[in-house]
Design a protein around this ligand. Structure first.
Ligand code: RB5
Length: 153
């Protein structure tokens, strides 16, 4: 069974639960990195960096991050070299995030999208693969930016 990471801050635990159940229905083994009540560091960057580092280390091919807007998760995850996180609240963007941008991380906001629409967006992203072709050199250029600022990574 393929493994996928999921994570949410306390502004998105309900959306995270809906998406985790959808992932399990689709046969994914879900590893949950969301904040817990007993934790001290429960802000979106705390969760995003844990998940993004696991993706960058090759522990997961894909991950889903949820916060109030999806923005903080996306901005933070994209600071980890090698990670391409895309905030998507519509099906077209979710498809393109995979086909054009090879985004391994999908982010969504509980305050932005309802649970049913979020499941449809998740499905579109899960069911799409990187198209390669003309998009390959563009993704390579993004990777070159990572190397420029993080030559050690
Ligand atoms: C709450 O901290 C909220 O700001 C957060 O979940 C997210 O929307 C940030 O981008």
């Amino acid at each position: 069974m393929a493994k996928i990471a999921i994570g949410a801050d306390d502004a998105a635990l309900e959306l995270k639960q809906v998406l985790a159940e959808r992932l399990e229905e689709k046969g994914w083994e879900v590893e949950d990195y969301s904040v817990r009540p007993d934790e001290e560091d429960t802000d979106y960057p705390d969760v995003a960096v844990r998940v993004a580092e696991a993706v960058a280390a090759g522990e997961y091919d894909r991950a889903v991050l949820c916060c109030g807007t999806g923005l903080g998760m996306s901005i933070t995850a994209n600071k980890v070299p090698g990670v391409r996180a895309a905030q998507c609240h519509d099906v077209y963007s979710a498809e393109r995030a995979r086909k054009s941008n090879n985004a391994q991380v999908l982010t969504m906001g509980q305050r932005v999208i309802g649970p049913e629409a979020a499941k449809v967006v998740l499905d579109a992203w899960l069911d799409s693969e990187f198209a390669g072709g003309g998009s390959t050199k563009k993704v390579e250029k993004m990777e070159a930016v990572d190397r420029k600022y993080h030559p050690e990574a």
